[in-house]
Design a protein around this ligand. Structure first.
Ligand code: ADP
Ligand code: MG
Length: 322
C-alpha cells in the first residue's frame, strides 16, 4: 500500500464525522466550526520511542497513551476535546502495526466523541505527535495562575502507580491481576475529561499530573505567586503500592512514588475554600471522588506535614526532617 492508501485505510475510513466538522481528512487542511460563545483551546505533545513508551509495547497501547497524554492537557484547562491531528513517523509502514495502533486510537476517540481531522505520515524513527483542539464557553477555561490564598488543593485520583509499574516491570513479584492493573496504569492512563464541567464551575486553577505531584503543583504555585501546605496523610497513594510495600521500605520512600512519580494523568486543582463543601457534594452525587491534600498560602514554597503533623522539607528526592 502506498502512503495515501494507508492513510485512507487506517485513518480516513475510520474517522468519525460530526456536525462541527466542515471538512476532515483528505484535503490540504481541515475545517472546524466552533459553537457561538466558545473559545478554542489547542495543545500538542510528541511521544518518542524509548523515552515516553517502550518500542516493544503493543502498538494499541502506544496509541492509547499518546492520545490520552494529549487529551489530558485539555482536561487540565477544563476545555472539552473535539478534534485531533496525528503526525506519525514510522520506520516502515507495517500494516499490523498500523492496525493495532489505529484500534487503540479510535477506541479512545470514539468513546470520547473526538474526531481525527488530519495529520501527516513520514518515514523515520518511531515517534508520534498529536495536536488536540477543544473548546470551552468563553472565559471558563482554567489556568495555572488562578489560585488564591486559602484555596483548597485537590487531586482527582490515586497517584504513583505508573511510576511504580515502571520501576517494577516484571510480573514475578505480583499477583497476576495486580500486575495487569499496574501495567494498565502505565500504558493506558485515563485523561480526566469527565471532570471538565465541574471544574469549570468550581475550580480556580488546574494542571495535570504528568511529571509528578510536587513538580506539577509547583507550576500552579509559581503561576499563582503563592506557596502551599500539604498533608502527607492525605496524599492518595495508589493502594497497590501499599500492598506491595517491598523490602520494608519506609512509608516516606513509598510516598515518593506519589510525590515524584510521573505519568499518572490525574488532575491537581484548587477550589476556593467557601465552595469546597458544595463541590465535594456535587462530585459525590456524580459518584466521583477527589482528595483534598492541602491548601494554598501566602508563605512561599511547599510546606509538608508528615504523618505525625511535623513540618518536613521536601528535598529533590526524599525528605529532610528538621
Ligand atoms: P499534504 O501533502 O497536503 O501535506 P498529506 O499527503 O500529508 O497532504 O495528507 C493528505 C491528507 O491526509 C490530509 O488531509 C492530511 O491531514 C491527512 N493525513 C495524513 N496523514 C494522516 C494521519 N496519520 N492521520 C490522519 N490524517 C492524515
Ligand atoms: Mg503532509
Amino acid at each position: 500500500m502506498d502512503e495515501f492508501s494507508l492513510i485512507d485505510y487506517f485513518f480516513k475510513s475510520r474517522a468519525r464525522r460530526a456536525d462541527d466538522l466542515i471538512l476532515g481528512i483528505g484535503d490540504d487542511a481541515a475545517g472546524l466550526r466552533l459553537a457561538f460563545g466558545e473559545d478554542l483551546w489547542v495543545s500538542t505533545d510528541t511521544l518518542v520511542a524509548d523515552v515516553h513508551f517502550g518500542a516493544d509495547w503493543d502498538p494499541y497501547d502506544i496509541a492509547y497513551k499518546a492520545i490520552m497524554v494529549n487529551l489530558s492537557d485539555l482536561a487540565a484547562m477544563a476545555a472539552r476535546p473535539k478534534w485531533v491531528l496525528l503526525a506519525l513517523t514510522l520506520p516502515n509502514p507495517d500494516p499490523s502495526f498500523l492496525q493495532a495502533f489505529s484500534n487503540g486510537l479510535f477506541d479512545v476517540l470514539n468513546r470520547l466523541e473526538v474526531s481525527l481531522v488530519g495529520g501527516d505520515m513520514t518515514k523515520g524513527p518511531l515517534s508520534i505527535t498529536i495536536t488536540v483542539l477543544g473548546s470551552a464557553p468563553q472565559g471558563q477555561a482554567l489556568r495555572r495562575q488562578g489560585g488564591q490564598n486559602g484555596d483548597k488543593i485537590y487531586v482527582s485520583g490515586y497517584l504513583g502507580a505508573a511510576a511504580f509499574a515502571l520501576k517494577h516491570p516484571l510480573s514475578a513479584r505480583f499477583e497476576e491481576r495486580d500486575y495487569h492493573l499496574l501495567q494498565e496504569k502505565l500504558k493506558r492512563p485515563e485523561a480526566r475529561v469527565d471532570l471538565t464541567p465541574i471544574l469549570q464551575k468550581y475550580a480556580s486553577a488546574c494542571i495535570d499530573v504528568s511529571d509528578g505531584l510536587t513538580a506539577d503543583l509547583s507550576h500552579i504555585l509559581k503561576a499563582s505567586a503563592l506557596g502551599a501546605c500539604l498533608d502527607l496523610k492525605a496524599i492518595p497513594l495508589h493502594p497497590l503500592i501499599r500492598k506491595y510495600h517491598f523490602d520494608a521500605l519506609a512509608i516516606e520512600e513509598v510516598l515518593d512514588f506519589a510525590l515524584y512519580g510521573g505519568d499518572d494523568y490525574e488532575l491537581c486543582f484548587t477550589i476556593p475554600a467557601q465552595k469546597s463543601l458544595i463541590f465535594e457534594q456535587e462530585l459525590q452525587e456524580e459518584q466521583k471522588s477527589a482528595y483534598c491534600i492541602g491548601f494554598l498560602q501566602h508563605e512561599p514554597g511547599l510546606t509538608v506535614l508528615d504523618q505525625k503533623g511535623r513540618a518536613v522539607v521536601l528535598a529533590s528526592r526524599g525528605y529532610r526532617h528538621f
